[in-house]
Each structure stands twice: as structure tokens, then as C-alpha cells.
Write a new protein. Structure first.
Length: 290
């Protein structure tokens, strides 16, 4: 199943995508009209929702092309990010292969949705970089779970562009400031439930394009810390809850490591794609606050 959120007269509502059509969850009885609430409902809620959407009459369907999509989860409880999780990316930055992942958090104001601009804080920096990432969506509470148990806690997967303001990222050994400028990180366009993908979403091709040019091209099978390992490591420290998002790191080819460097500027078009999940598209604009 493919679960998304869209704008309905100024209110963000949930829908199930079936091909080029969307069945609004509001048209189905017995379900919360909110993606986070659906994930929190637990049990077999998503399976029942998928079956109900598949059986919904054609009169309930809306054309996908006519909708303004929002982030699939409007306000994730936690957005936990894994750094240096692809071997070639670690090497291109001159970093050793880690034996424990770099972990940082993104706040909600740092996020933007599909089709919305990623903002460059021009008055502070012109070094906005891209990072194509697979996002894990937690579906069941996880606390100190093993790798063998970890995938049972995954609701599905989405796409993430971990937009990074590189000079601020390098101001200290902590990356938080460079990763949390407003609307620099893109998330969406939908959640693909885990049953539609290989276990742990690997191996799947992962790519990024800037103005149509392929700049990142790898496979999720090359992660140093695969999906199950990420969940096990994180849940040892923090409780992962339904609707939490884990961005799993980016492959090589990021802008700062290219020669010459490639940073994002207004008017550029960004695409992140993972095989079997879809494409996340965003334009680049300057933040009017600067």
C-alpha cells in the first residue's frame, strides 16, 4: 500500500494511492483521517485500510495529478538521522569507516514536503548540499529490540533529502546546526508499506539528480549499518514510536565532494529516487527570512 497526505481546502488529510488515483481515507469508514494516527492505531490497521481502499467505489477516487501533496507525516515525533552510512560516502569525505553510526536529530521546522521548495539560507550560507536517503517509518513501538526483531517494527519506507548547510555543519564536531535550517530537508512523497519491498528495503537502487543530471547512484545494499541494525542501535538508547522517521544516510556523490563542488541554488530542480518507492521532487529557493 502507498499512503500519502494531501491538502484539502487548507487541511492536511490522508489518502491511499492506487495507480494514478487516490482514495481519501475520509471516504472509508472506521479509519482516522491522519497518517500519524493511522500508524499509532497499531494492529492490522494498515492492512485493513489497504483492503478497504482497494474495494472503494470509483466515485470516491481523486486524480493524483490534481492534488497538492504534503509530507506523508505532517509532524513526525522524531526524525533521527544516520550519518556516514555508505562506505564510499565516508571515504569521499576523508572519514574512516565507522564501527558505530554518527547520529543526529532534525527538528520539524527543518522539513519541507514534496513539490515544495528547499530553502537556501543565502544570508548565512550559499553551501546548501543534497543527500539522497531512504527513510524508515516506524510502525510499532521499539525499545531495545534485536536486529532479528527490528523489521517487525517497520511500517514502511519513504524518501528523504537531507539538505545540509555544509559550512555550518563544520562549525563544530556536532552537525545539528548545519542540518536544521528551516525547510532544508525534504520528506515524501508517500509511505510504501514494508510488504511491498524486500526485507530491510535492500538492495534497492538509490539516486539523486540535480537539474536532470545524475549525481548519486548506489544501492541500499551498500549501507554500513542496514535498516535492522540502525533500528537495533537506536532503540537501545531511545524508544522509537509509531510515526518516527529514520533517515538512513546518503551514498557518495554529494555536492561538497565534487570537483568543482556542486551546491544548490535558486531555480535548480532536485530529485531523490529509490527503486520501488518513487521520486521526491523539490525546487530550490532562497529563504526570504535572510
Amino acid at each position: 500500500m502507498r499512503l500519502l497526505s494531501f491538502d484539502d481546502a487548507g487541511r492536511v488529510v490522508a489518502g491511499v494511492r492506487i495507480g494514478d488515483q487516490v482514495v481519501p481515507v475520509a471516504a472509508l469508514s472506521g479509519f482516522a483521517d491522519d497518517t500519524l494516527a493511522l500508524l499509532q492505531a497499531g494492529g492490522d490497521t494498515l492492512a485493513r485500510l489497504g483492503a478497504a481502499a482497494a474495494a472503494a467505489p470509483a466515485s470516491t477516487h481523486l486524480p493524483l495529478a490534481g492534488l497538492t501533496l504534503a509530507m506523508p507525516i505532517a509532524r513526525p515525533g522524531k526524525v533521527v538521522c544516520i550519518g556516514l552510512n555508505y562506505a564510499l560516502h565516508a571515504k569521499e569525505g576523508g572519514n574512516p569507516i565507522p564501527d558505530y553510526p554518527a547520529v543526529f536529530l532534525r527538528v520539524q521546522t527543518s522539513l519541507t514536503g514534496p513539490g515544495q521548495p528547499m530553502l537556501r539560507p543565502k544570508g548565512a550560507s550559499e553551501k546548501l548540499d543534497y543527500e539522497a536517503e531512504l527513510a524508515i517509518i516506524i510502525g510499532r513501538r521499539a525499545r531495545n529490540v534485536t536486529e532479528a526483531q527490528a523489521l517487525d517494527h517497520v511500517a514502511g519506507y519513504s524518501l528523504f533529502n537531507d539538505g545540509s548547510v555544509r559550512d555550518y555543519q563544520r562549525k563544530s564536531t556536532q552537525w545539528t546546526m548545519g542540518k536544521n535550517f528551516d525547510r532544508t530537508g525534504a520528506f515524501g512523497p508517500e509511505i510504501v508499506t514494508a510488504d511491498e519491498l524486500p526485507p530491510g528495503a535492500a538492495p534497492l537502487r538509490i539516486m539523486a539528480r540535480v537539474d536532470g543530471q545524475l549525481v548519486q547512484d548506489s544501492t541500499t545494499g551498500d549501507m554500513i549499518f542496514p535498516v535492522a541494525r540502525c533500528i537495533a542501535i537506536l532503540s537501545e538508547v531511545m524508544t522509537l514510536e509509531p510515526g518516527d522517521v529514520i533517515a538512513t544516510g546518503t551514498p557518495s556523490g554529494v555536492g561538497y565532494a565534487r570537483k568543482p563542488p556542486l551546491f544548490l541554488a535558486p531555480g535548480m530542480q532536485m530529485e531523490v529516487e529509490v527503486e520501488g518507492i518513487g521520486v521526491l521532487r523539490n525546487s530550490i529557493a532562497d529563504d526570504p527570512a535572510f
